[in-house]
Structure formats: C-alpha cells, structure tokens
Design a protein around this ligand. Sequence first.
Ligand code: AMP
Length: 228
Amino acid sequence: MSSPVIALFMGPPGSGKGTLSERCMKELGWYQLSTGNLLRKHISEQTDLGKQIDFIIKSGKLVSDELINAMVKQWLLDLRQKNPQGIILDGYPRTRAQAKALSELLRDVFGDIPLRAVRLCIDDQVAVDRMTSRLVCQNKECQAVYSLMTNSSMRPKDPTKCDKCGSPIGKRKDDEVAVIKDRIDTYNKHEKHLLDFYDEIGLPVIECNAQQSVGNLFSEFKTLMNIH
Ligand code: AMP
C-alpha cells in the first residue's frame, strides 16, 4: 500500500487491539493512538485531567466524548507533520458521537485519506480470560502488554519485569472481574450504534478473527487491508 490510511481498531476490551497495533507499528512503521493508554498516562502523571478521570476509568465507564474528541484532534493535528503511512486509532471512536466528530475532523484536516474500520471479533468469555491473565508494564511511556496464559507467546521472561524496559509489570486497575464485565457490556452497547453509523456513511467494516495467534491475526489483517 503506498497511500496513507487511517485504521479505526474496534473490538471489545481484551480483543487484542493494542497487540495488533504493536505489530503494525513495528513492522509497517505505522503510528498508533490508544486513547486508553493516553488516559492512563494522565492518571499516572496526576495531571488535572488524570485526577478527574481516575475514578471513571477504574469503574469501567466511558470518559466524556468532548474530552476524548479534543484529545484525538490535537494528536492528529500534531501527527500531520510526520507524514504517516498508516495511523491507527485504537479504542476510538467508541460512541456514535465520537465517530461523527471524527469523520468531520478527518474531512476538514486530512481531506480524502482512506479510512478503514477494523473489527476484532472475539467471544466475550475468551476476552474475559485474556484480561484476567493480562499484565501491563507500569511505565506509562511503555505500557507493554503480557499474558500469563500457559502457551501464550506474550508471556514475560520474568513475571515481575517488563522484557522491553525492565520496569515492574502488574494488573491494570480495571482488569478486575466485576469491572471487566461492565466494560464489555458498555462496549457492546455502543458497538451497535457505531456499526449503524459506519453503515450510514458507507464505511465498510473489515472483520478479523481475534481468537487466533497474534502472527496469524497480523497476516489476516494485512491480507484484508491489501498490504503486501
Ligand atoms: P482501553 O485501554 O481502550 O480498554 O480503555 C480503558 C478505559 O479508558 C475505558 O474503559 C474508558 O474508561 C477510557 N476510554 C478509552 N478510550 C475511550 C473512548 N474512546 N471514549 C471514552 N472513554 C475511553
């Protein structure tokens, strides 16, 4: 693929959006904005915003559309100077209002850059199992993701330290069973509205099987996106 593209990664928590993004960044040189990672960075740095949203994130609810839209807009404006080949928005848009704001912003800022919605499909229970065995690097500049599942290719070499930066790894505060269920319910509630919106604007949704290995998922993704 030679022209740049914006890929909107959608899928329930635990579907592997961040892991697929990692592969795209490493092997295709793409840029990723994970709204979740950005929000967690604010919390760990105790910014004014971080203090406001700490409780919302811990309880698995969504942060306001206005706040998220403004964040994404700034990030996209800053990225324009880098001439990206590919841009991933991971976990954004999550609501119909966000999708509408994004499509208007892209029209105004990026002209006719191709847009793809990529949906990672996974059974709820598989996503729950993944999240209960997930560990994340506590260094907010890194936030590498690991799994304690037996046979996972994402197991850390040392279950206490990040393979990449050596910082401690641990559970995300919202990866507790009760919160996980609420996060999946919230995702499912909004997904239908998002899919309806994409249908209305004529944006096809590319569906990938997120229950396969990361390598196979990445291959399927490249094939469906026509990337060689
Ligand atoms: P994630 O890392 O994508 O699972 O996001 C973690 C949490 O950050 C979510 O449960 C929400 O509280 C918040 N969040 C992330 N992205 C968004 C978004 N697009 N809209 C609203 N809240 C978000």
